[in-house]
Design a protein around this ligand. Sequence first.
Ligand code: DGI
Ligand code: FE
Ligand code: FE
Ligand code: FE
Length: 187
Amino acid sequence: MNEDKAIDIVKPHLKQERFDHTLRVTETAAELAAKYDADIEKVRLAAILHDYAKYFPLDKMKNIIKNSELPNNLLHFHHELWHGPAASVIVYEKHGVSDTDIRNAIQYHTTGRAGMTTFETILFVADYIEPGRSFPGVQEVRDTAQTDLDRAAWMALRNTIHFLVGKHATVYPDTFNAYNNLTVQLN
Ligand code: DGI
Ligand code: FE
Ligand code: FE
Ligand code: FE
């Protein structure tokens, strides 16, 4: 799989604004990969593919989750959490992307998880800080990502949990586990 092929795969499935987001995530992730010594070409592929399933019909994502090794408890949480895990299966089954770093980074890009690798953390943070994002507190996370990738991920998790709790939404266990794991690690 090369970059042009990955773009050809995802582009027909994305709205223009989502495709533009994807390209910004790719550039942001590449900068982080250079800074934190990850494989830049592999990080760029993971970034291009990360939101591939964003607009899949809910039934299609549900079936992918049911018929794969993905955790079925995803189906008891918000459907916004389904597109990363679904994409991690489809890129493998339909397009032969078997690289574990790429597939895990795609799978966990929304929720995070405890013990994320540097590779996974780069995509998780890049998705949060790309220049098109305007979440409250995002600039602090961008600044922190220049010097401390794990602290930036911790801040993104904290902000997202705060946002979800503030609107009385559920929080997927992996998100809490990622937050708790980094809280202990960083203290
Ligand atoms: O697909 P993107 O819009 O680029 O970003 P994403 O895949 O990180 O989706 C983030 C959205 O998912 C965000 O608006 C919050 C929502 N969400 C719903 N439940 C959870 C959740 N995010 C996390 N991390 N954990 C949840 O339990
Ligand atoms: Fe996403
Ligand atoms: Fe995200
Ligand atoms: Fe995204």
